[in-house]
Write a protein that binds this ligand. Structure first.
Ligand SMILES: Cc1ncc(COP(=O)(O)O)c(C=O)c1O
Length: 484
């Protein structure tokens, strides 16, 4: 039986070894690209400019990865456009819900991504980014999420339009149209198809139990209302069909009915020019991941060409809203193994100095797997173990309870540091930032890593929470200097 591969699966030491395109073992230490990770806690063999040791636990935000992901996806589309002679353009939008941290949004915008948003606070973030010169006028802001009349989000979008013209509200529900029409402002709008789920035909799609988007009858109604409104223009058709879809044929098969609808809509509404397949682009979170991005894009573009030719309409520009894809790999979270507990359980418990379940909520909520590797002692023998977080919660374990994936870590546990990788999408947002967490564990110190123009590492340390911060959040009046 196959299982997600989360790390080293042998008892033998790891030789110099490449785990994936950014993690490798060299002389017993783990590297993230060129960055020696063990140096963060026990010092480096070469000076990479950090200048000090850091406390554990530690979150690492590796910003160059975000730029790489955007550029790689652009390259995939450019390659396939040339190969199949596609005449539309590609638009990369960053779905900020995956990770809305300032440094992440700033980095994605810095490499030219459009901004996909989902709520009223996003509007404020866009305003700030705009003010800071990070969001040029030609950049599209795509507003998804519920925004019915009377909601602050709907009002904020109308305000935003006067600051940033290239704003495209995507209508989820017929109740979202009146505020746009009544604003009197000239809006390009999108329509979101009810399309989320595992379906292959229009009938299955219509029958799906999904709260997102418009069913077909309402989609046509909305398109007619937009055509009748003097200040609205239908520009974008949105069809998101799922998340982390790791089979390219399945992905396009789910999109196929929506491509048909796009073409029919385009026949009646000639301003329509963007097919937005939303999110769902898969990304490696474990070491067994396989997905051929070129094959997916080839199949998507040739399907668009065929269907559009059949309906005698031009091919659209293609947009993707990349959340997980943009951010999963840039985030890592490191812990120290505090103790090894052999209490008669089949496998030893390695207990770490933080919480797995609050740091990565998807491990217990969805039994999600992430890569887990030691940062040091890779050149020593390994044994099969289980990992326990420091909370009192029986779900604070890894691998997740129903998992069949074996976890091996070095037998040598003195000064052993471990890292969870590919946790940069959704985990921090779901766990909450700067809140107070399970068993009142404070939030870790954060290390932002970037590279300068000469490829030298640059570091910025963001302090973690103090006991006072945590208690203050919970309503305790903590006199200064009374914490031990
Ligand atoms: C409308 C919309 N777009 C994009 C995304 C991002 O999806 P992913 O993280 O799979 O890229 C989501 C995720 O829920 C979404 O709801």
């Amino acid at each position: 039986m196959t299982h997600p591969v989360i790390g080293w699966e042998r008892e033998t030491p790891v030789p110099n070894h490449v785990f994936n395109d950014f993690l490798s073992a060299r002389d017993g230490r783990l590297y993230f690209e060129d960055l020696d990770l063990a140096q963060l806690f026990i010092g480096g063999r070469q000076d990479q400019g950090l200048g000090k040791l850091l406390p554990s636990p530690l979150e690492v935000v590796y910003l160059p990865k975000i730029r790489q992901k955007v550029e790689q996806m652009r390259q995939v589309f450019a390659d396939v456009f040339a190969e199949v002679g596609y005449t539309g353009r590609f638009h990369y939008a960053y779905a900020t819900k995956a990770n809305t941290a300032e440094e992440v949004v700033r980095t994605a915008l810095g490499v030219g991504a459009h901004y996909e948003m989902s709520s009223r606070v996003d509007v404020e973030i866009v305003r700030l980014m705009k003010g800071a010169g990070r969001l040029p006028p030609e950049r599209m802001v795509i507003a998804n999420g519920f925004k019915a009349a009377g909601m602050a989000y709907a009002d904020n979008l109308v305000h935003l339009k006067s600051v940033h013209d290239n704003l495209i509200p995507v209508v989820e529900d017929l109740t979202e149209l009146p505020p746009l029409i009544e604003s009197g402002l000239q809006f390009d709008v999108g329509l979101r198809q009810k399309s989320y789920g595992h379906h292959q035909t229009e009938a299955e799609m219509e029958a799906a139990n999904s709260r997102f988007g418009l069913r077909l009858a309402d989609l046509w109604k909305a398109a007619e209302a937009i055509a009748a409104a003097p200040n609205l223009r239908l520009k974008l058709y949105h069809a998101m069909v799922g998340s982390q879809i790791t089979n390219d044929r399945d992905f396009v098969a789910r999109l196929k009915p929506t491509i048909e609808i796009y073409a029919r809509l385009r026949q009646r509404h000639p301003d329509l020019s963007i097919f937005d397949f939303g999110g769902g682009m898969p990304v490696p979170m474990t070491l067994d991941f396989q997905f051929d991005y070129h094959a997916f894009v080839r199949l998507l573009l040739t399907t668009l060409q065929e269907v559009c030719a059949h309906h005698n309409v031009p091919v659209p520009d293609v947009m993707g809203e990349f959340g997980r894809y943009t951010t999963a790999e840039h985030g890592a979270h490191f812990f120290k193994v505090l103790t090894v507990k052999d209490n008669g359980s089949a496998l030893s418990w390695y207990i770490i100095d933080g919480s797995i379940m609050t740091s990565f909520p998807d491990t217990w909520a969805l039994s999600e797997h992430f890569i887990l590797l030691p940062l040091n002692h890779l050149d020593k023998p390994f044994q099969r173990v289980q990992l326990g977080g420091i909370t009192c919660d029986s779900d604070d374990v890894y691998p997740p309870k129903p998992s069949q994936s074996p976890l091996y870590l070095p037998v040598e546990s003195k000064d052993l540091y471990i890292g969870f990788f590919c946790i940069g999408a959704y985990q921090e947002m779901l766990g909450g930032v700067r809140g107070s967490k399970h068993c009142v564990l404070p939030e870790a110190v954060e290390l932002l890593v970037d590279r300068d123009d000469d490829s030298q590492y640059q570091f910025q340390i963001i302090p973690g929470q103090t006991a006072q911060d945590v208690m203050h959040n919970l309503g305790y009046a903590v006199p200064v200097d009374t914490i031990w």
